[in-house]
Design a binder for this molecule. Sequence first.
Ligand code: ADP
Ligand code: MG
Length: 766
Amino acid sequence: MKTETEPTTADITLPITGMTCSNCVVTVERALDRAPGVVDSRVNYASERAFVRYDPTMTSVADVVSAVEGAGYGAVVTGEDDLEDVEAELRAREEASQRQAFLVGAVLTLPLFLFSMARDFGFLPAWSHAIGVDLAMFAVATPVQFYVGRGFYVGARNALRNRSANMDVLVALGSSVAYAYSVVVVAGEILAVPGLGDHVYFETSALIITLIKLGKLLEVRARGRTGVAIRELLDLQPATACRVDDGREVTIPVEEVRVGDTLLVRPGERVPVDGDVVDGRGSVDESMLTGESLPVEKEAGDPVRGGTVNASGAFRMVASAVGSDTALAHIVRMVRDAQGSRAPIQRTADRVAEVFVPTVIGIAFLTFLVWLFVLDASFTDAMLRLIAVLVIACPCALGLATPAAVIAGTGWGARNGILFRNSEAIQRTEGVETVILDKTGTITVGEPTVRAIHVEGVSDEVALTAAASAESRSEHPLARTLVRYADDRGLERTEPTSFESIAGYGVEATVGGETVLVGNRALVAARGSGKIEARWDEVAEEVEGQGATPVWIARGGAVVGILGLADEPRSGSAAAVSALRASGVAVAMVTGDRPGVARAIGREVGIDDVRAEVRPGRKARMVDEVRTDSGRAVAMVGDGINDAPALASADVGMAIGAGTDVAIEAADVVLMSSDLRAVPQALALSHRTMRTIRQNLFWAFAYNVALIPIAAGVLHGFDALPTMLRSLHPVLAAGAMAFSSVTVLGNALRLTRWRGPSETLQPRSP
Ligand code: ADP
Ligand code: MG
């Protein structure tokens, strides 16, 4: 999804403090949207971040912060570079305070609980029922209620003040009812007012608070762990670089590296920034960026990327991108954006959550009234049902269900060179049933070699020099091959005085005052002069028969030669195709190349559905056709500029390899490696992530809903069942609730540790 940036807006990402549950997200968002000058805002509960787009002429960052504070939360202003550090610190502080609160709760609650159990079961002598003992229990339960439970009250107040109700409201309400009732009982005993009951429930209120606090503590800890991927990526960036100044080597902080600096990379060191090797050679491990496990040999002229490791050898490089322009910085931004985005499935969950809490409160009071007046239960029994319903229904795991899985899934992807632009892309990738692959540069290496030369009328050298000169400004793989081939033969290229690239056809250029055409037959037919002689078509046919692409060369409008350029499939392509088919996905190939060449490559990698001579503009329309014909969601995988429209029009566009920036812009998924096996892996990851989300939503939600009737006491009449179930004690409800949060997070963490798709879909890095 692309958002249009108006020139007058600025973006800022703020860590938010004090959010206790998913509804807080809605509260903070609402407060932000109401603030004047805020154009757009998005708050993520799992990463505890707000993304705010605002109009700097109307508001300031300080105003944005006070809008958040006005809603009862905190916002911390930090630079983009410090974001992770600041958050790590906030999280550590939060964890420490949660741990302290929990420990206090545990120390006070455990004896309280054991004592009251022992008393209820009659293990204790008569003195245990004295008024003084109840008073002592009151003294122990009170700090639990208001110190340990303070966060629930604050959260509830924030929510109510913003006219919404969250899980804090349920916890605060549930435990307060038990606590307040007990206080009334004690007061009645002291003041000798009869009829106020004689049993206190201090251990219930304290245990609810302490158990849910335990869930919170685990949640804070796990939340930190699902988000480690970005931390890991940031840690790839070395702190220093070795700059070569007039032959002297100086170590400087990496922030001081400028574009154009010459840097030395020794064996075992990390490449500090993006650049190009100028001399020396190295064997560079790029797995952290691409997921490809084999080291890549680098020598003069080869690009290297910051964060990769020079395993052996030493080289000097010239910096070409630093700071926020490096590939690594782009990856970090993309992962951050993806983790902060909301999947469609979550929007549904959020809407449900908003009406859920008020509904539950309604059900709880209804339960109370029914037990008290219809079923003639005692006041305390009816009250216990009320508390149990309030506590069991807490949707606190709900806010975590989707984001925790998204963060874990995108994090896993980032580690393996698979970058999803946003959560919606994950959801859409899951639905993909047909994958269309571009041929050149996607299935094949994209570095064709010259296999045949047929030239007439002039020497091979003259024809090659003209062709290479004309192609020198083209980015097309065929063009790059031609230029390299001519250079390797020591031919002197001349700069063309005019140049036009005709996507899907070739180039037209003026070289030495002469018009030169290099491209396919259609180009020469359309722009050349006169009819094409039949013998040239015979040559072209012969070249194609050898599995090579005929590249026509015309000078002054007349054909002078045909070259045969052949491209090999990448090593992982055939495996990728069979993995996709094994998982029930249809695979097709699309190319602008000749049918003969396309079929030859198709045979090699196992694709029958081959669509050749598809012009760039048609690729996008073909994607639409395939989708309408099959009625299935289509993914388009491509690498080049000419694939961008097709990437954009597919349900899921995947840019593969470092790709071109245009392709990356248009893509929903960026595959850092050029190994096609990343495609089935991305599909498997999306399935895995969506499955985790659905399981999480089940554990967070369906589970609570299913237990509401039990908490309300519908099983009461079934004498065969254990008492525990027939009248679910509020304490058990609190335990069940804490359990659902832990389950949801544990499930997301399991995804973080995923070993990758099995068998046919092996991960590329060990
Ligand atoms: P693909 O879909 O395989 O990437 P393109 O759509 O880029 O192919 O190009 C289609 C055909 O047009 C190529 O097979 C080639 O014959 C010709 N062509 C395009 N650009 C060039 C170029 N710069 N030089 C030579 N031939 C070209
Ligand atoms: Mg291509």
